[in-house]
Each structure stands twice: as structure tokens, then as C-alpha cells.
Design a protein around this ligand. Structure first.
Ligand code: AMP
Ligand code: ZN
Length: 114
């Protein structure tokens, strides 16, 4: 079976602008940024979406949020503000079916989202 695109990025089989990595998580620049700062945080392990994350893997979700916070601090947007997005399944507009958090910042954002 062909590996998904984010599995390939995590394995460094295809290039990305990495901003963080550890044994469980990888963060990299979104290829089509929707804000001055737009970074994706992914687990190395493949889960198609939040819907498929089992209870025993829940710690990865908390870790991903704290890595997003750390990157926000490093990028200087912790105080000005940022948005973390986790699109899940069809109605959210999810396009890549490997769990990922979006970290967006560097501009004022509107609410409600589109
Ligand atoms: P989503 O709609 O939540 O599934 O978001 C998928 C995101 O992945 C989009 O913001 C895309 O721009 C981004 N993306 C897709 N392919 C790549 C890639 N090869 N490198 C970096 N970001 C990507
Ligand atoms: Zn994957």
C-alpha cells in the first residue's frame, strides 16, 4: 500500500520545511499557508483522523497541543494569539487523512470560521 503523504514527510521520504521533531511528533510548514505562520503538527503514527485515535493513544493529542504552543512561543505569536485547527472528516474540509493540527497565526482571524 502506498504510504500517505504525511507519513512520507515524517519518514523524510519527501521534503518539507521541518520546524520540530521528536520520537512521536513532527511539525513542518504548510505548503499552502493560510496565515503568515501556518505549521502542521502530526504524530509519526498514522491515524486517518481524530475519529480513529484510540483511547490508549490519547497522550499524543495533549503532546501535539503543547508542541504547537511551544512553536507559537518560538515564532513570537503566543501573546498576539494563534488558532489551532483540527479538521475531522468531510464537513470540516479535511483533505489529508493523516491526523494533523494546524497552527495558524501572525494575522487577525475572523469568527465564525468559513
Ligand atoms: P486539511 O484540510 O486539514 O486536511 O489540511 C491539509 C493541509 O495540508 C493543507 O493546509 C495543505 O496545504 C497541507 N499540505 C498538503 N500537502 C502538503 C505537503 N506536501 N507539505 C506541506 N503541507 C501540505
Ligand atoms: Zn500517514
Amino acid at each position: 500500500m502506498e504510504e500517505c503523504i504525511f507519513c512520507q514527510i515524517a519518514a523524510k521520504k519527501i521534503p518539507a520545511q521541518l520546524v520540530y521533531e521528536d520520537a512521536e511528533l513532527v511539525a513542518f510548514e504548510d505548503i499552502k499557508p493560510q496565515a503568515p505562520i501556518h505549521i502542521l503538527i502530526i504524530p509519526r503514527e498514522h491515524f486517518p483522523s481524530l475519529n480513529e485515535v484510540p483511547e490508549e493513544k490519547k497522550s499524543i493529542l495533549g503532546r501535539a497541543l503543547l508542541v504547537a504552543r511551544q512553536i507559537a512561543q518560538e515564532k513570537g505569536i503566543a501573546d498576539s494569539g494563534y488558532r489551532i485547527v483540527l479538521n475531522t472528516a468531510r464537513d470540516s474540509g479535511q483533505e489529508v487523512f493523516h491526523l494533523h493540527f494546524h497552527l495558524l497565526g501572525g494575522r487577525r482571524m475572523s469568527w465564525p470560521p468559513g
